[in-house]
Design a protein around this ligand. Structure first.
Ligand code: ADP
Ligand code: MG
Length: 697
């Protein structure tokens, strides 16, 4: 058995499981081993009902008191049953699990484990897990891995497969030289993999995560540094002159640029006219108006007779940019001849687009990573803008740069200017490590006409109020987002999911409201359709995963309700909040926490007091104890699987140091002792750093 062994060769994995595993992107043993747990849980022994604490996950050992009652609310089956031990009673509610009516026999004893909540004076649990006492005791006291799952695939099944893979497979030899391991105090790769899946204790888990995060960062930075070598010191192949087009466009825009936008725009102009190829990052908080600055640069490029490309990480965002630019073009008679290029277009549409691109007829190409596919050949491509840069995997970023290189070689064309934009508020020092030698521009000012978003942090008891608030806003003609942490039931316990939640919400809100859902596992065409319907106001309430986090602009949406807010990093919640407050109406954010612990509420409360993404991310880091780092990710980050640029900042620094030391010692990467390492990273031995994963949340 090795990395590339198909998982179907594992015992107990047949055709059907193979299909299920493929839905979580696991095809080989290597994939399986890097399907790291999302969280761990310790099963504590059952406690008497009286001692359960609302807001915490508890287990109780109770008997079923009475016959379960079942009712139907529209498409939802709700099953209620009372259970008790000698200390008290607990009301359990199950959704869409009618079969339990037969399983839960009055008088039968079970362990029920779930989130304890209060309804009035009564204690309740929704959707608790049910165990036999012996089974339950067997799991007690261990750090059990919790994996990202898909419907039909249980945690137990993944766990069994991982265990087999770890046992049966001599993981590749250590690829770092021994002195590197010692210097940075890293455990071996095998040790790390074993312990990340099955930690013996918290310490061993920490060491395992450190090693794996180090690997991700190391590989990432190594590629960046090598890329940098390519770009650094390149002359300016496309020196650009300022023309009247941008000046005229700015005069006609209904709003003046903010001072920060003006500053960044002049930096871009200088870069593109200067002696060197531009290589710049624009960082600006959500809603700070990055797009218009990019459009100005692209316009300058078109006015100089060149092609520009604007690349977005999702089709929805790419289309939105495309349509926005088309509207500007019509309204202000700009010289753009834009063309859209996204994966869901038909073959004929794509062919047409390719033709326009290669002939130079199109001077602006807007799209997703379909842009970098090999069939596209450009004509005087002089500027490449990447929006929401942190959402792209390394490999995709590389191939666009490579694309330009190929173009250069084939047609004698020069290297295009590179502009990347990101809202991720990473400190400048980290940005420099991550993005190598990019020049960094910061838009640190919001347009003046914005009303600040009003926030509240509440517990689940507040839901009825939140729903009537949403209904009220909808009646006034506004729209709302509701965010859930997972797509469908079963991926994580005790966490709201988009599909079921939409069902529940339909039962709670007035029937006249159009409610739809959106998540990353949907077909791109369906996602686009839903987003378009929402933008056109044919949908009032959109229940979604964080896929909508990425740059969507629907100014009529005024309410953002986030369920299980405690599961998100604050930086990500801040990004989500940026989806509202984009228009003239007062907007509201409701963060619902299912965990009423003091620390959690305090952490979320930071969002009440600041609208500054940088400050929020820094505070979040300060407040989260090490134990809380697991399970909460600042996911809006770069597409690292295990490393977190905030929480693992120290590891990131070390990895950067290690790469620099390596390149100093062996600039050509030719030394024998370095070959295993080069093979590992260059052959893309590990997934993760290369993949964008919109589906994990
Ligand atoms: P982000 O920086 O999050 O990408 P966008 O570029 O999407 O933000 O801009 C958000 C909204 O603000 C857009 O509707 C845009 O037209 C508007 N906008 C941009 N700059 C200004 C400005 N200087 N004054 C007023 N509105 C602006
Ligand atoms: Mg944007």
């Amino acid at each position: 058995m090795n990395q590339n062994t198909p998982i179907i060769e594992l015992k107990g994995v047949g055709e059907k499981s193979k299909e299920l595993f493929s839905r979580i992107d696991v095809a080989t043993v290597g994939d399986l081993l890097s399907h790291y747990p999302r969280d761990y849980e310790t099963f504590a022994p059952p406690v008497p009902v009286k001692e359960t604490v609302p807001g915490e996950i508890c287990a109780v050992y109770c008997s079923v008191a009475g016959i379960p009652s079942q009712k139907k609310i529209r498409s939802l089956t709700v099953l209620n049953v009372l259970v008790r031990d000698i200390s008290g009673g607990l009301q359990l509610t199950f959704f869409n699990m009618p079969f339990l009516k037969k399983t839960l026999k009055p008088g039968g004893y079970y362990v029920f484990r779930g989130l304890v909540q209060t309804r009035g004076t009564a204690k309740i649990m929704e959707q608790p897990k049910i165990y036999g006492l012996e089974d339950y005791h067997r799991q007690c006291g261990q750090l059990m891995p919790k994996y990202a799952l898909t419907k039909g695939l249980t945690n137990q099944a993944v766990l069994k497969a991982v265990r087999q893979a770890l046992d049966g497979f001599a993981y590749e030899e250590e690829f770092y030289p021994r002195k590197l391991l010692e210097r940075y105090d890293l455990v071996s790769v095998r040790e790390a993999l074993c312990r990340v899946h099955f930690p013996t204790d918290y310490e061993s888990l920490k060491k395992a995560r450190k090693r794996l995060a180090f690997d991700e960062f190391f590989g990432f930075i190594l590629m960046l540094r090598r890329n940098k070598e390519l770009v650094q010191g390149l002359g300016n192949s496309y020196p650009m002159l300022e023309t009247a087009d941008t000046v005229r466009f700015l005069e006609q825009l209904p709003f003046p640029l903010t001072n920060a936008q003006k500053r960044v725009w002049s930096e871009l102009r200088e870069d593109m006219a200067g002696a060197h190829c531009m290589n710049r990052l624009i960082q600006g908080d959500v809603g700070s108006g990055k797009t218009i600055v990019a459009v100005l640069a692209l316009l300058m490029c078109a006015a100089n007779g060149c092609q520009g490309a604007l690349m977005a990480p999702t089709e929805v965002l790419a289309k939105q940019h495309y349509e926005g630019i088309c509207a500007y073009t019509r309204q202000y008679h700009l010289i753009f001849k834009p063309v859209l290029l996204v994966g869901s277009m038909t073959a004929a549409q794509k062919r047409e687009a390719y033709a326009q691109i290669s002939s130079g007829e199109a001077n602006l190409i807007v799209g997703t990573h379909a842009l970098i596919q090999s069939k596209v050949s450009y004509h005087k491509l002089a500027l490449v803008v990447t929006d929401e840069q942190h959402r792209f995997g390394v490999r995709q970023r590389e191939s666009l740069a490579g694309k330009a290189e190929q173009g250069t070689a084939a047609s004698g064309e020069g290297h295009p200017h590179v502009l990347v934009m990101s809202a991720t508020p990473i400190p400048r020092t980290l940005a420099i490590i991550l993005y190598g030698d990019l020049s960094v521009s910061v838009i640190d000012e919001l347009p003046a006409d914005r009303l600040p978003v009003k926030n509240c942090v509440v517990n689940t008891a507040y839901r009825p109020k939140a729903y009537s608030f949403i209904a009220k806003e909808a009646a006034a003609g506004r729209q709302a987002y509701v965010i859930c942490a997972q797509v469908e039931a079963g991926e994580l316990e005790d966490v709201e999911n988009v599909v079921e939640y939409t069902g529940k919400l339909r039962a709670e809100l007035p029937e006249s409201l159009q409610i739809a859902y959106l998540h990353g596992k949907m077909h791109p065409a369906d996602k686009n359709r839903i987003m378009e319907e929402f933008a056109a106001h044919n949908i009032d309430v959109l229940v979604s995963t964080t896929v909508i986090e990425v740059g969507i602009n629907v100014p009529n949406a005024t309410v953002m309700m986030v369920e299980n807010a405690e599961r998100f990093g604050l930086a990500q919640l801040h990004q989500l909040r940026g989806r509202v407050g984009r228009g003239e109406h007062q907007s509201y954010c409701i963060f619902v926490s299912s965990n009423e612990k003091k620390e959690t509420m305090e952490r979320l409360d930071i969002l009440n007091h600041s609208n500054d993404g940088f400050y929020i991310a820094a505070q979040d880091l300060k407040l989260r104890g090490p134990g809380e780092l697991l399970g909460v990710r600042q996911s809006g980050d770069l597409a690292f699987q295990i490393g977190d640029v905030y929480a693992d900042a120290a590891v990131l620094q070390k990895a950067a140091g290690a790469v620099d030391a390596l390149l100093r010692e062996d600039a050509e990467l030719a030394k024998e002792e370095h070959q295993p390492m080069i093979r590992h990273f260059v052959s893309g031995g590990k997934p993760g750093i290369n993949s964008i994963d919109f589906r994990t949340i």
